[in-house]
Design a protein around this ligand. Structure first.
Ligand SMILES: [Zn+2]
Ligand SMILES: [Zn+2]
Length: 167
């Protein structure tokens, strides 16, 4: 299973392959590291975020939103063009084929498991054992979003305080 995380120190995105067997996760850019939480794994299965130990994780399709949008837009634009030239069958065919393409991709593309708190991503076998993790839940997501906002606020205040102390 592969872990993708953002270094809290320098905000670089880093990738660790086979995180379930790694002992330590280190940022290649600034060298800031932290040990992988062994309790996050149940053998090869993920139980909680290996980076921040949060048990709340959600799954989503590992599919770039821009690509999905591009497919839909292509279908829409080409069907409009066919419609303009009075080719209704071609217009419907264009819409239908892009819808089918979307559907096929949806089933082919694997899931990625994401941590609600630190937004680290887990890919590959064991990242969602027996469908343990569910798609994004707005209520849980909002709780963690509020938490992030509060942390940002505290950092801001702390920074202001330091600036005042320094002068
Ligand atoms: Zn770093
Ligand atoms: Zn996390």
């Amino acid at each position: 299973m592969e872990l993708t995380f953002e270094c809290p120190h320098c905000e670089t995105t880093a990738v660790v392959e086979s995180v379930e067997t790694a002992r330590e996760v280190k940022c290649a850019s600034c060298g800031d590291g932290r040990s992988v939480r062994a309790e996050s794994f149940d053998g090869p299965s993920l139980r909680s975020c290996a980076w921040c130990a949060t048990p709340d994780l959600y799954i989503q399709k590992d599919f770039p939103h821009a690509l999905g949008l591009a497919i839909v837009l292509t279908g829409f634009v080409s069907s409009t063009v066919f419609w303009y030239f009075r080719m209704p069958v071609a217009a419907f065919a264009a819409l239908l084929s892009t819808a089918l393409l979307d559907l096929v991709l949806y089933y082919l593309v694997p899931d990625v498991t994401i941590c609600y708190r630190c937004l680290s991503q887990f890919r590959g076998s064991g990242s969602n054992p027996d469908g343990r993790f569910q798609p994004f839940d707005l209520a849980i997501g909002e709780r963690y979003r509020q938490e992030r906002l509060r942390i940002e606020e505290l950092k801001q205040k702390h920074g202001d305080q330091q600036a005042r102390d320094g002068s």
